[in-house]
Design a protein. Structure first.
Length: 193
């Protein structure tokens, strides 16, 4: 079902070695795997025929490469606020390893030592949403899972911690939009492969 209102397409980057192994990848610049590159090209196939007023990307290599391989690299504008959660001391560490030392830990509730809390990521998401609302037309965004989950929560008016309820696979496409008018933000599609 198509919307008469502007839509925001969100693309999570393709697979990296760390996303495949479950390591938290915030500010480390990990390249796409061969499978990640193939999936990024397929994102381009899935977006074929759509036109976007702007294309924004996280500064990460994985998001930029996904954007380029999907066919949107020439239009890409880097926005630092689209960067993934800063995992601080948990960079490169799996959730299983964190839980062994800190039972019950949840990123959306507890954040990361020497990194960001959900409220920090939420503040960046709010700035991006402000940019969305000042931009005419359909927007295409390439970023990472935890940031995009917080962005979806904030789009709906939920606290940043609400991102816990939105799982995202690599190379997935999600769409934010509106229902009856511009005062009713909704998730139109989520985590489509």
């Amino acid at each position: 079902m198509s919307s008469a209102f502007p839509e925001i397409y969100l693309v999570r980057h393709g697979e990296t070695e760390w996303s495949r192994s479950g390591k938290h990848t915030g500010r480390s610049d990990i390249p796409l795997t061969q499978a990640g590159e193939e999936a990024a090209r397929k994102v381009g196939d899935r977006l074929q025929g759509l036109s976007f007023s702007v294309v924004w990307s996280s500064p990460s290599q994985r998001a930029s490469s996904t954007c380029a391989l999907a066919g949107f690299g020439a239009s890409r504008i880097v926005k630092d606020d689209l960067a993934e959660w800063d995992y601080g001391a948990y960079e490169g560490v799996t959730t299983k390893e964190i839980l062994a030392e800190r039972p019950g830990w949840q990123i959306f509730r507890d954040g990361c030592p020497r990194g960001e809390m959900a409220a920090d990521v939420g503040a960046r998401a709010d700035r991006i949403i402000g940019d969305f609302r000042r931009t005419e037309g359909t927007i295409l965004v390439f970023s990472s899972a935890h940031f995009l989950r917080v962005l979806a929560a904030r789009w709906l008016g939920l606290p940043p911690e609400g991102g816990a309820y939105f799982a995202l696979d690599t190379a997935s496409i999600s769409v934010l939009g509106y229902e009856h008018d511009l005062t009713e933000p909704v998730v139109r599609r989520w985590n489509q492969k």
